[in-house]
Design a protein around this ligand. Structure first.
Ligand SMILES: NC(=O)c1ccc[n+]([C@@H]2O[C@H](COP(=O)([O-])OP(=O)(O)OC[C@H]3O[C@@H](n4cnc5c(N)ncnc54)[C@H](O)[C@@H]3O)[C@@H](O)[C@H]2O)c1
Length: 329
């Protein structure tokens, strides 16, 4: 298959392109490197089936030029994934997630690409009162601008599919974690502990309880779901089978960094202990649909967090700690 991967130099995208290349796909990555990094994909630069184009989805001409290449499918991962940013910048998710997706869909339509894979999110459900939340949960009422932008992008994709005979797979991810992640709670904690190994600021009250999925499970589910798709617009929830809370994550981080007496300071948060407005407090997706088809995550939430903590501590050059140093807990 000849495929284009938007956001292919990012955390999830760079992990996705390796198995695509291994199975013989010809892969073009289109990425503006706003959060993606060349060193995440540099190991593929010599592969004759791999092309990297530095480009922005908001650059319509640039995008259309690239899309003339005759692609069999688009994996659309490029986005601004920073949920919290929507509390201070009310434009970024509209531009990077809705307008950018619309630009891509136009290029898909004009260049007759038959298939689009899209990475959506659990935040489209908002504060669901059914947990684990199934794919057909309604009404969907996102509580963040990020969640709203992804739900809008899903709607655009669905409408393009039915209007212009395109097919799609929409993946609604829980929190995806693993090596190369550059955002999220684990990255935040490692960065903070490097700056101050004695005290860790925790956003909210620490009881935010969510599902975390290791990147290997995420990629295997995407490829599995792609193979099994049956509907014109196929939707899959993707997550682990349990949850872990933010204080437990902090404890894992402290253990993996081999620190002893780190003082946790809670910001207390807003609206009943959330990290920020729009932070969903409890999230676990029902993954029954994929499990019934034969896919299963290999790791629990806390195993995924622990493996990621280990990787990120190493990737970021350690936490610079002397064992046993730290304040009173
Ligand atoms: N990581 C998670 O926990 C998670 C959870 C749910 C959904 N998602 C979704 O999965 C996808 C990948 O997320 P990620 O964690 O790898 O994030 P990431 O920030 O590492 O990757 C996003 C990539 O898109 C690129 N990009 C951003 N805007 C662009 C634009 N206008 N034009 C071209 N390239 C652009 C960035 O440079 C980056 O390489 C996103 O769509 C995100 O919303 C991620």
């Amino acid at each position: 298959m000849h495929v284009i991967v938007t956001g292919g130099a990012g955390f999830i995208g760079s992990h996705l392109i390796d198995p695509l290349l291994s199975r013989g796909d010809e892969v073009l990555v289109y990425d503006n490197l706003s959060s993606g990094r060349m060193d995440f994909i540099s190991h593929n630069l010599d592969d004759r089936n791999f092309t990297f184009v530095e480009g922005d989805l908001l650059d319509v001409d640039g995008l259309n030029n690239v899309m003339k290449g005759g692609f069999d499918a688009v994996w659309h991962l490029a986005a601004n994934p920073d949920v919290r940013k929507g509390t201070t910048d009310t434009h970024v998710h509209v531009e990077q997630n809705i307008i950018a997706t619309h630009n891509l869909l136009e290029a898909v339509r004009i260049n007759k690409v038959p298939l689009i894979f899209f990475t959506s999110t659990s935040t489209v459900y908002g504060e669901a009162d059914i947990i684990p939340t199934p794919e057909d949960y309604a009404p969907m009422k996102p509580i963040s601008l990020y969640g709203a932008s992804k739900l809008a992008a899903e709607a655009l994709i669905s409408s393009y599919c039915y209007t212009f005979d395109i097919e799609s797979v929409i993946y609604r991810f829980a929190n995806v974690v693993g090596p190369r992640s550059t955002h999220g709670v684990i990255y935040d904690f490692v960065t903070k502990l490097r700056a101050d190994p004695e005290e860790l600021e925790i956003l909210g009250d620490g009881t935010q309880n969510k599902s975390y999925l290791f990147i290997d499970d995420c990629i295997s589910s995407m490829l599995f779901g792609a193979k099994k798709r049956a509907e014109r617009v196929e939707i899959y929830n993707i997550g682990s089978e349990d949850m872990t809370n933010v204080t437990e994550i902090a404890d894992i981080l402290v253990e993996e960094a081999r620190l002893k007496d780190v003082k946790f300071s809670y910001t207390g948060g807003v609206d009943g202990g959330r990290g920020w407005k729009g932070d969903v407090k409890t999230m676990r997706l029902s993954i029954k649909k994929l499990v019934d088809m034969g896919w299963k995550p290999a790791y629990s939430s806390s195993e995924s967090v622990r493996m990621t903590a280990r990787h990120l501590i190493e990737e970021l050059g350690g936490v610079n700690l002397v064992e046993g140093v730290g304040g009173a807990k």
